[in-house]
Design a binder for this molecule. Structure first.
Ligand SMILES: [Zn+2]
Length: 653
């Protein structure tokens, strides 16, 4: 067992570059030697301290899967252990995968072929959604923005094979679209169907181009009020888009209302799918079925799939089969592994220490809120209520999902499809118009990540992120506050970022800020947008508007965590210098090193289009330039490269 107690702890001194002055280049100083000591592995398109931890957790999960697979005969197939064993056996059986071929896809293709008009086509598409195949549009169940106790079905745009609509609309990305088209043709040829693969590929790309034209940008998709469009059952029954057929495909009764996040896409589809395009749309649906399942098919498909990802992200080598398989487990049915993982890798002391850290962070945020000069006391009071009603989840869910009815038989692709159908039932079919089940988690415990959910007003920290280098009981607390502490602060701040602030303490979207407070907030947010717009990656600007929420959370998170550290030191005493640094300096160095990372050019450009976070390297120092506390810790003054004039600094929380 590799627990927290055995983890290496403290600053990575060898990663620092002592020849660099922190006042001029904090990134270079805090982790300037990291990249040369940690080249990006061939199978990855980016690499970093965070990614290394993820890689380690994959290996941990693998060893658990192997142990269960070795005991398969003794394990009850209706238990999580028994299902993990069956999943692993099927997934690692390469011969079985080769001999199964594409046979499991054929019934899905038949469903598509059976469609005769728009209605039956949409019914088939909805059926594909029940198999976890993302195609044409997306359906998800979320808390109602305006009635957070109840979950509703939300529909929105989707159906593109490339990472973003920008790929189809920007001249600069034309070569990626060409590579995608070639990829479709190659994959299609592997099916050995009669139609001309090149023509099929051109048809599919043409459809996706049209969908992209009517799709909203990622920045537009962050405007939550514009996404909340109720449609009643009567409106759905009378719409040109055949909603009733979709619900028949889902096997769900038509609810009294649903939310259409992007109504224009459904209007578009209702006219674009017509007699002259009908057969084209069938090809399109088959392609997305193949695309969604290619990873579980014979090697020829997997290798060609990797060829495209090489083009899009720059990875040089296909990852080992076991890594891909563990990722599939985590992404498809991750909670199946949750209890097994926590029993081996999540010591109870970690949970206790996290509870304490969170309480420090809450206290610090409360103090910050009360000190704000730009917010009226009326909104402050309500913000305090929101902060006090934050729900905190640490490690793993109090109540696990019941997987006992999940039956896993057949080849790898059959097993994955069975898991996806189960999850459709769990996440969608059983939840429409039901009361929110607050014990649910959106991430499995073995995920190295964290999240804030504005509708439940909750912050969630899976077990896997609660270990070195984000958190360790074996190192001084300044380093913990600078890493996991700032992550906690980051998630809390999301409750008050450009999106989170729209939701009140109960998780309902309402006007609970006074207009003057909203205006003051927007003024301050504008400074953040402009500040980040100035940063560039490979000559392209960071999208300050798209990354606004994350940047606010980074700046606020570090600031709050620093305040929390000060509270901690007041109560527990200041340690001596460690490695020659004060606790304040170690706090910022810990943050810097936490974001040590690099990305291949292709991946860096891709993330610039699709990631709502700023690039990792930027996160290691850009938020700090807004904090007087940082200036003080390293003696940064006007004229230093890390210095920002007062009027350019963001000061929200
Ligand atoms: Zn975030």
């Amino acid at each position: 067992m590799r627990g927290i107690c055995c983890a290496a702890a403290g600053l990575e001194l060898e990663d620092m570059n002592m020849d660099v002055n922190p006042r001029q280049d904090f990134m270079g100083f805090s982790w300037g030697k990291w990249s040369e000591r940690n080249p990006i592995p061939n199978e990855y398109s980016s690499w970093g301290v965070f990614y290394k931890l993820r890689d380690q957790v994959l290996a941990d999960v693998k060893s658990l899967c192997e142990a269960k697979a070795n005991e398969i005969d003794q394990l009850d197939p209706s238990t999580c252990e028994g299902q993990i064993a069956r999943f692993w056996k099927a997934a690692m059986d390469e011969e079985g995968v080769e001999s199964a071929g594409i046979s499991s896809l054929l019934p899905l293709f038949e469903k598509i072929d059976a469609a005769t008009d728009l209605s039956s086509y949409i019914e088939a598409i909805a059926y594909l959604h029940t198999q976890g195949i993302p195609v044409l549009f997306e359906a998800s169940v979320l808390s109602d923005f305006k009635d957070s106790e109840t979950e509703r079905l939300f529909f929105g745009q989707g159906g593109l094979g490339l990472p973003d609509r920008d790929y189809y609309t920007e001249e600069e990305k034309a070569s990626k679209v060409a590579a995608y088209e070639k990829h479709i043709a190659t994959m299609w040829a592997l099916l050995n169907f009669e139609n001309d693969a090149d023509a099929v590929a051109a048809t599919i790309v043409a459809i996706e181009r049209r969908i992209a034209q009517v799709s909203r940008t990622r920045t537009a998709m962050r405007d939550l009020p514009s996404l909340y469009n109720k449609q009643t059952s009567e409106e759905m029954t009378n719409a040109t888009f055949p909603w009733v057929a979709a619900f028949s495909g889902y096997g769900i009764e038509l609810p009294e209302f649903t939310i259409s996040m992007t109504p224009e896409i459904f209007d578009f589809l209702a006219t674009d799918i017509n007699e002259s395009t009908f057969e084209d749309y069938k090809l399109y649906a088959k392609w997305h079925t193949l695309k969604s399942l290619a990873s579980y098919l014979p090697a020829a498909f997997v290798n060609e799939e990797f060829n495209l990802s090489k083009e899009l992200s720059g990875a040089k080598e296909l990852a080992a089969r076991w890594k891909r398989v563990v990722n599939t487990l985590n992404d498809t049915c991750g909670e199946l592994m949750g209890a097994v993982y926590c029993a081996s890798y999540f010591p109870p002391e970690s949970k206790a220490a996290m509870v304490e850290l969170v309480s420090y962070l809450k206290e610090a945020l409360a103090e910050s809120l009360s000190e704000l000069t730009w917010m009226t006391s009326e909104t402050k009071e309500k913000s305090m209520v929101k902060l006090n009603s934050f729900m905190t989840k640490i490690g793993y869910p109090d109540k696990w999902t019941d997987f006992s009815s999940l039956e896993l038989n057949g080849s790898y692709v059959d097993v994955v499809l069975a898991m996806r159908r189960f999850m459709f039932g769990e996440n969608i079919a059983s939840r429409v118009n039901q009361k929110v089940q607050k014990h649910r988690w959106e991430m499995p415990p073995q995920m190295v990540n964290a999240y804030y959910n504005p509708m439940l007003n909750e912050i969630v920290f899976p077990a896997a992120i609660l270990q070195n280098p984000s958190f360790s009981l074996e190192r001084d607390m300044a380093m913990n506050f600078g890493a996991i502490g700032a992550v906690i602060g980051h998630e809390m701040t999301h409750g008050f970022d450009d999106q989170g602030r729209l939701f009140d303490a109960q998780g309902n979207m309402s006007e609970w800020w006074t207009p003057e407070d909203s205006e003051a907030f927007n003024e301050r947010a504008k400074v953040v947008v402009e500040q980040y717009n100035k940063y560039t990656v490979l000559g392209r600007s960071v999208n300050g508007q798209m990354t606004l929420g994350e940047n606010i959370a980074d700046i606020g998170g570090v600031k709050i965590a620093f305040k929390a550290l000060k509270l901690y030191l007041e109560r527990n005493g200041r340690p001596e210098l460690i490695d020659g640094y004060t606790p304040e300096q170690r706090f910022f160095l810990s943050w810097g090193q936490f974001w040590a990372s690099s990305a291949r050019d292709e991946q860096a450009l891709k993330l610039l289009s699709v990631d709502v976070h700023s690039p990792g390297f930027l996160r290691s120092f850009a938020p700090l330039k807004n904090l007087p506390e940082f200036y003080q810790a390293f003696g940064i003054e006007e004229g230093d490269a890390m210095y920002l004039p007062q009027e350019e600094r963001a000061a929200i929380w």
